[in-house]
Design a binder for this molecule. Sequence first.
Ligand code: ADP
Length: 202
Amino acid sequence: MELIGLTGGIGSGKSTVATLCRERGWCVVDADGIARDVVELGKPALSELASAFGEEILLADGSLNRKELARRAFVDKEHTELLNSITHPRIQEETQRQFALAREEGYGFAVYDMPLLVDNGLDKDMDCVIVVDVDEEERVRRLVASRGLEEEDARRRIAAQVPDEVRRAAATHIIDNNGSLEQLRARTAEVLDSIESESPKV
Ligand code: ADP
């Protein structure tokens, strides 16, 4: 099975590309989804977080109050590491489980949809890396227009991620998404075709 990293800065169109991969019949492992699932109501990580950071990080129904957790965890390195020590092993375990399942189910291609792929150095573990690339100003425009973010918030989130040139340098395939959605679909088809044809396993 080919392991394909899919990444891009926030607002680059990565989720749109992930959908096109799914439509092609490739398995997509969604890193953000896994990170949300491991702290769902009833999961062991949630009670560990409450013991570590206080019951105040829970809402009335017992589910996670993300804002409150963020407020308490991202105050310094020590607290951030405490948070990571609780969530990361679970995230890793679930990620590996999903890849193993994809292999078992006979998928030829598994896409790891991961915003922080390059930031976390995980690009090294992939057979190829697709980077969806859009100029920063255009990303800010799209995040404000379609996701309803405040401009300042969009810029802050972009600045917290690895610089675009570092992400681009890790790419084996770049999808330029400065154009229309139609162009994005066409360029994505081209890249996925070329990955399929380059695959030694097909
Ligand atoms: P990401 O997952 O990388 O954060 P999304 O795929 O959610 O980004 O795209 C961000 C927003 O921009 C979405 O609302 C999406 O519909 C829109 N978008 C993506 N590509 C284009 C494009 N080429 N033209 C216009 N809007 C786009």
